[in-house]
Design a protein around this ligand. Structure first.
Ligand SMILES: [Zn+2]
Length: 317
């Protein structure tokens, strides 16, 4: 398993292979691209390549590669606390101290910062201190979906690896492999809405397969102007908790938005959105979208699910 397991991005992969062969590895890499573009895959492959003991790096089979790729290499360290909105400065300071301790096993010690965009100014300033004077074995991999949020001084010290959208043929081939039962129309719609990024297309397709029953029932009732059908969906939800109701309302919103896009000539991924767009006008859809947006806000505020579901029975009737 080498760099080929990252889809597309041929030029970037060739460049990396060449610099690894020559032993020219940078201390700091900034891996950028939107969600679902393969940033994490690239970071793991690059870290494996740096720990790899074979000539074709990463080979995927040697101990270094295997440990990195299975997430157990002691010298491949992730700096983050996903529970916190901003990557805590303390963790960055800790990494700064820890890097001067020699690697345990490998030739290198690699620090992965999965949320470069959420490092905050104090965190980035703490990081800058290491970027100025890294030990020879130290490597930093910063991942970000928004390189603009990094200080220019941080960014300018990094070798930037920007992930690109995939060619349509590659994307289609991979999606057909992963979703062998998907209709050609559904695939085409996912491809056009994914911006060319595999991860995004997968998310769209999985979302349309894994819809909750409430969403399916809501969509059918809305498409058929079936007031009683809406009541049957909404009444049981009155007893739900706020954090159960919000994601469902957001699913409804996205299905209506997809229906609206479909009426404007876009292709819909889900069969439900196609059905709705065939029976409801754009004005109907826009009005319902506004009501749902309002209700999501209410739910995020302090309004009870009972009040919200009651209101929707009236507003969407
Ligand atoms: Zn290897």
């Amino acid at each position: 398993m080498g760099f080929e397991s990252l889809l597309g991005n041929e030029r970037l992969k060739d460049n990396l292979r060449r610099s690894l062969q020559r032993g020219r590895v940078s201390h700091f890499y900034l891996i950028s691209g939107p969600q679902g573009s393969g940033k994490r895959t690239l970071a793991n492959l690059l870290a494996a390549a740096m720990m790899c003991t074979e000539s074709e790096k990463p080979c995927g089979g040697c101990e270094g590669c295997r440990k990195v790729l299975s997430g157990v290499h002691p010298d491949f360290i992730t700096v983050d606390d996903p529970e916190k909105k901003t990557v805590p400065v303390d963790l960055i300071r800790q990494a700064r101290a820890d890097i001067y301790v020699q690697p345990n096993e490998g030739q290198r010690k690699i620090y992965l910062f999965p949320r470069g965009q959420d490092m905050g100014i104090p965190g980035q300033n703490a990081l800058l201190k290491i970027l100025e004077e890294p030990p020879s074995y130290g490597v930093f991999l910063l991942i970000t979906d928004n390189p603009e949020r990094l200080l220019p001084t941080v960014r300018s010290r990094c070798t930037e690896l920007a992930l690109q959208p995939l060619p349509e043929a590659v994307l289609r081939r991979e999606l057909e492999r992963k979703f062998p039962k998907a209709e050609p129309d559904t695939l085409a719609a996912a491809i056009s809405r994914s911006g060319g990024y595999f991860g995004q297309a997968v998310k769209l397709l999985e979302g349309s397969e894994g819809l909750q029953q409430q969403t399916v029932d809501f969509a059918k009732a809305f498409a058929q102007r079936d007031t009683m059908g809406l009541v049957r969906v909404l009444v049981p939800m009155e007893k739900w908790k706020r954090d159960q109701v919000i994601p469902i309302l957001q699913d409804w919103l996205s299905i209506l938005e997809e229906s609206l896009a479909c009426r404007a000539g876009g292709r819909a991924i889900s069969e439900l959105a196609r059905t709705i767009s065939a029976s409801r006008s754009s004005a109907d859809l826009m009005a319902a979208i506004r009501q749902l947006q309002k209700c999501v806000e209410y739910a995020q505020g302090n309004i009870s699910p009972a009040a919200i579901c009651g209101y929707l029975q009236w507003a969407l009737r």
